[in-house]
Structure formats: C-alpha cells, structure tokens
Design a protein around this ligand. Structure first.
Ligand code: MTE
Ligand code: MO
Length: 221
C-alpha cells in the first residue's frame, strides 16, 4: 500500500496558476444549487468542444502496452491488459463533464467497464473505504469508495463510439461524472484500495477533497 515510487511531475505555469486560484478561491459564486433542479452547476458555463487539460506529460501508451493494476486493501491483487478489460462486462453511459476551471460539456457517450462491475472481481478488506488512482503521467487523485462506485462511474476506453484518444487519457481513463473532472484520472495505471484516505495531486494543492460541483466544492476551505 505504499507509493510505487512515481516521480512527481515538474511544476508548469498552469500548475502554478491553478494552485494560486485555489488559494484565492477563484470562480466561487457562493450560490449553490439544487442537484435535481439545475443540470448546470453554479459558476459553470457550457462548451461544445472538449478541452484537453493535464499536467502536460503525455505518456507513451497504446492498448498493447497499457496495463492496470488493482491492489492495496484487497485479498488478491489483479492486473488487467487491455484485452482483459475488453473481456469484462461492458457498459455504455451518457454523462456530463464539469471541470473546476468552469467549463462543462453535456452528453458525452462513454463505453467501458462500470466500477461496480470491476469491484465484483475483487475481494476488498472489510476496512477498505477509499480509493487512490495512480496514472502513467505521475498524476494521483483520491475518492471515497462510495464515490468510486457511484452511478455512471466507469473505466472508459471509448468516447462517442471511437477509442479514447491519448490526449483525453486513452487507452483507458476513469470517469466519475458526479464530481469535478480532476477526479477522473487519465491514463489509468493503478487503482489502490485503502483503509485511510490520502489526498492526490490537486488535493494537496488546495483543491477540495471531494469536489461536488453542485456544492461548489472547488477548493479546500
Ligand atoms: N493522469 C491525469 N489525469 C488527469 C489530469 C492529469 O493531469 N493527469 N488532469 C485532470 C484534470 S484537472 C481535468 S480537468 C481532466 C481533463 O480531462 P480532459 O483533458 O480529457 O478534458 O483530467 C483530469 N485527469
Ligand atoms: Mo481540471
């Protein structure tokens, strides 16, 4: 359950700027909205194109080289190749993206494996309550087990009927549609189940630990 020796990505201008915004509470409206009544969360605006946002370290991955490890607070760790992933029960789901930098994009059609189907392949320790996502670019983020298993949460390999591009985290990324998009780890490498929570890359840089868009959980208080 220790860190697997991943190198911390170097500071970029974007990283520095976003860290400063977190400190200033940039984009907060203080409005709040009822999840059921409003589809667009407070402080968000709609975009048509799908922006690319990451640390700028695009890993050299293909379906042939990609592997996913599932370990930590589980009885028996698992490792999947891309073919293993494709052999799992497949799910299609349409959901919205909400990025903390205020853009939202409606109606993204995803194909992949639901996290609820993935978990059926594992025997978790009774105390396992958290999930740490590790990516091939060194990125990390953290989720409650409940959020990881929420409706619509899935390991995605295709978007709009086509294989997910490398820019958007292909061959396989996580999508957790009910939280801000920084929780949706691109280039997924390892899913670590854990007894204790541990903040990830943005969470240690001032972002909220959970990131509910309707509660405007952008930054740490
Ligand atoms: N591996 C990895 N995953 C990541 C990131 C990253 O830098 N590395 N950035 C996060 C952030 S801040 C956002 S907004 C989304 C952007 O996904 P997109 O480029 O497909 O729009 O990916 C999230 N997942
Ligand atoms: Mo983001």
């Amino acid at each position: 359950m220790s860190d697997d020796g991943e190198q911390l990505p170097p500071k970029t201008k974007l990283t520095t700027t976003k860290e400063r915004w977190a400190g200033e509470g940039r984009f907060l409206t203080g409005r709040g909205a009822a999840r059921e009544s409003e589809r667009l969360p407070p402080g968000q605006h709609l975009v048509r194109d799908w922006p690319v946002l990451d640390l700028g370290l695009k890993p050299d991955l293909s379906p042939q080289t990609w592997r996913l490890r599932m370990d930590g607070a589980v009885e028996t760790p698992l490792s999947w190749s891309h073919a293993d992933l494709m052999a799992q029960p497949q799910t299609e789901s349409v959901s919205d993206i909400h990025c903390v930098t205020t853009w939202s994009r409606y109606d993204n059609r995803w194909n992949g494996v639901a996290t609820s189907d993935l978990i059926a392949q594992l025997q978790l320790w009774p105390g396992a309550r958290f999930v740490r996502l590790h990516s091939y670019d060194g990125y990390t983020t953290n989720l409650d087990l409940e959020d990881f298993l929420a409706e619509g949460a899935m390991l995605v390999h295709s978007w709009e009927g086509r294989p997910l591009t490398l820019d958007h985290g292909g061959p396989v990324r996580l999508v957790v549609p009910h939280l801000y998009f920084w929780k949706s780890a691109k280039w997924l490498k390892r899913i670590e189940f854990a007894v204790a929570d541990k903040p990830g890359f943005w969470e240690v840089r001032g972002y909220h630990n959970r990131g509910d868009p309707w509660g405007e959980e952008r930054y740490d208080e």
